[in-house]
Design a protein around this ligand. Structure first.
Ligand code: ATP
Ligand SMILES: Nc1ccn([C@@H]2O[C@H](COP(=O)(O)O)[C@@H](O)[C@H]2O)c(=O)n1
Length: 672
């Protein structure tokens, strides 16, 4: 079948830093006694989780940026964290730090993660570590070998571990345990898994012996500091190699790609399918081969991917499977049961989604079978929060004639935060006039994310409703008031008498405030720590409206909120979101409720009991006073839909907004 319009691609893509190398750059810098300069790290949600965990163990790591310095004090100086590690969605953080902690006598840590990570199996690292003498307790339901888990560090014995799977995370965890306890570790694998740990440790003076399928770490090794420049992630670059392969004309130049042979399986598969890849500018940086790849469109054929090739392209299989849906003939993927325990069950999820879109695909116990065709694809993709699914189906969505919506485009943040912009740029620069808004994969158009603004007076239900709506739509939630509260919280301890506060002094604390993405919400951090409860306390609530009148503060908050809500589908709540922060939001809601009812709800929330009339009367006065102080910035946008919630349940108002959001999305995908 012929496509409706040709797809032209053009441009240069510099995919973000390699995720595996980024985690290891931080961890090895933390083990060294000295300074490590880190450039071009992947500042994604997963890598933030590793950085936060290491900071909690006493390592000095500044806010992640393109160029910064880590100050390590050696393995012996690592401490137990004061709080549980929040590993978010990151299996690498969990498994590598589990190995490190297990080998540090006297230290211990609790590991927590989001719902998806908590389902992933940890026994594969816990068992070999236990055979070295490690103590790891799973704290979930009996028989559950996922998070939460507690690791109690101990002096471990050496090991010679023969692994049934090729797993860089297991190998890395055992090497870290051996380094921490100063004992010999040998790991043998059926196939060679990613070898970044080996290359990076060798570059840091560790006397590893590496052969095709095994690695030996001698006892008592020291890690020296060595600067690192993180190359682009080949797994991320593969999405654009696939896009170029699917195009009708043009080419994409993929720059600075890590060409480590344990990572280039997808490029081999692409070539076998008929894709033209020209590799140039090859060079060795920090023990890793790096180069430029130019990809041009070709007719694609199905292929078989199995055996030793699987570990070399495991993360790229969702994209290769989607590509196979457009290739002539059958593609078979086998020996890839590992896919079932990734961020989602990627065998089931890929096959289900392909079938939803109309592709002939079949699930196999250890892989899948796909019959390619050029019939236009239509339907809604469920990502299960899995970044690689969102991006793989996003590439299919960029083909003219396909109409694909994706439930959770924001989940790409785990590994490729600017994926949608890069995708829009790659298909938008051509002269073939592809309308990315009609061929979108994201439910909203690529490059035009859906923004929902929820404004209203104090305690009208904005933040809890916004959070609930975001959860139902599978998009990100940003609570702008939390940023005003965070800067006010710091002013209370640094700026003296509130009557004499001035914007410059208040804003001097701004560098101490950052934000992190939890499962779906943007969480403001103060000195890297979540202070949410303290931000809601009375002293902050009493002074926040004063700070919110300072124009320079408003500009700073607006910038933080816009960066947290940029380029992804998002629900943002506050006072001036629909008027000032996101005046182009496609859906604006203004929540109101009778002040007595708002006060009653606020007290129920705070006291967790039925309040007395006297209490409600007092709280009503406070709310009305705060509304008056906030009046200048609190007018509803002219195009806002006002919902009076006085007599409706919260569930009803959430359903109403979700329905409005879905209708808005429909209009964006199919403009009238
Ligand atoms: N329709 C409703 N019925 C009953 N309770 C509700 C309803 N809508 C919201 N609530 C409750 O009201 C309380 C206040 O809501 P929320 O904290 O979201 O308000 P807010 O507008 O964000 O407040 P603030 O401006 O102070 O941050 C919460 O406990 C919430 O669950
Ligand atoms: N967009 C916004 C959001 C908040 N404020 C100010 O912050 C205070 C706290 O907000 P909550 O939503 O957490 O109650 C609020 O009283 C405003 O002063 C704002 O000005 N603009």
């Amino acid at each position: 079948m012929k496509r409706r319009a040709p797809l032209h691609v053009a441009g240069t893509i510099r995919a973000p830093g390699d995720k595996s190398i980024s985690h290891r750059a931080l961890i090895f810098a933390a083990l060294a006694d000295g300074e490590t300069r880190v450039r071009d790290i992947l500042a994604s949600a997963d890598v933030h989780a590793t950085a936060s965990a290491l900071r909690a163990m006493g390592v000095s790591i500044p806010e992640l940026s393109t160029d910064f310095v880590v100050r390590g004090h050696g393995i012996a100086a690592l401490t137990s964290p004061a709080r549980a590690f929040d590993c978010a969605n990151s299996g690498t953080t969990t498994r590598l730090l589990c190995g490190l902690l297990a080998g540090l006598p006297g230290r211990s840590a609790r590991f927590e993660g989001d719902a998806s990570l908590s389902r992933r199996p940890m026994r594969r690292v816990a068992s070999p570590l236990a055979s070295m003498g490690a103590h790891i307790d799973f704290e979930g339901a009996p028989g559950h070998d996922g998070l939460p888990m507690r690791v109690h560090g101990a002096q471990l014995r050496g090991t010679n571990y023969v692994s049934a799977h090729a797993s860089a995370q297991v190998k890395g965890a055992l090497l870290l345990a051996g380094l921490a306890s100063g004992v010999e570790v040998v790991v043998e694998e059926p196939y060679r898994s990613r070898d970044h740990s080996e290359r990076m440790l060798l570059a840091r003076g560790v006397a590893l012996e590496v052969s095709e399928r095994s690695v030996r770490l001698p006892a008592a090794q020291q890690v020296t500091a060595a600067d690192v420049v993180v190359p682009s992630d080949p797994s991320s670059a593969t999405f654009f190699a696939a896009l170029a392969a699917l195009a009708d004309s043009g080419e994409l130049r993929l720059e600075n790609v890590c060409l480590n042979p344990t990572r280039t399986g997808a490029f081999d598969v692409l070539q076998r399918m008929g894709v033209s890849l020209d590799v140039s500018e090859q060079r060795l940086v920090g023990g890793e081969l790096i180069g430029t790849i130019v990809v041009r469109p070709e007719a694609l054929n199905g292929t078989t991917i199995e055996g030793a090739e699987i570990p070399r392209c495991i993360d790229e299989l969702p994209m290769l499977a989607c590509l196979a849906s457009q290739a002539a003939g059958e593609t078979r993927i086998a020996d890839a049961a590992e896919l079932r325990v990734k961020e989602s069950d990627r065998i089931r999820a890929v096959v289900d989604n392909l079938r939803t879109l109309g592709v002939d695909a079949e699930e196999l116990p250890d892989g899948m079978r796909i019959i390619g065709s050029r019939t236009p694809l239509r339907g809604h993709v469920i990502t299960h929060g899995d970044h690689r699914l969102a991006m793989a189906f996003g590439v299919l969505g960029a083909i003219p004639g396909n109409q694909i919506t994706i439930d959770d485009p924001a989940c790409v943040d785990v590994s490729y935060p600017r994926f949608w912009q890069d995708l829009a740029a790659a298909v938008g620069q051509g002269d073939a006039g592809v309308d990315v808004r009609q061929t979108t994969a994201s439910g909203a158009a690529v490059g035009t994310p859906l923004t929902i603004a929820i404004d209203g007076p104090a305690a009208s239900g904005k933040s809890s409703t916004a959070q609930w709506v975001a959860q139902k739509l599978g998009v990100r939630h940003v609570d702008s008031g939390a940023f005003y509260r965070a800067i006010t919280y710091l002013a209370l301890s640094t700026c003296g008498d509130p009557e004499s506060w001035v914007a410059d002094d208040v804003l001097a604390n701004a560098p101490r405030i950052s934000w992190r993405l939890t499962e779906r919400s943007v969480l403001p951090l103060i000195d890297d720590i979540d202070q949410d409860t303290a931000l809601r306390d009375a002293p902050v609530t009493r002074q926040v409206s004063r700070v919110a009148q300072m124009l320079a503060v408003r500009e700073w908050v607006n910038q933080m909120v816009r960066s947290a809500g940029a380029a992804v589908d998002v629900v943002v709540d506050g006072r001036d979101i629909g008027t000032t922060v996101f005046p182009d939001a496609q859906l604006k809601v203004f929540l109101v409720a009778d002040s007595w009812e708002r006060a009653r709800r606020r007290l129920v929330q705070r006291l967790r009991r039925r309040p007395t009339d006297a209490e409600i009367a007092e709280e009503t006065e406070e709310l009305v006073a705060r509304d008056a102080k906030d009046a200048t910035q609190s007018a509803p946008a002219r195009d806002a839909i006002t919902i009076d919630t006085t007599t409706v349940t919260q569930e009803e108002q959430v359903e109403r907004i979700v329905a409005l959001a879905r209708a808005t999305r429909e209009r964006m995908v199919r403009p009238t």
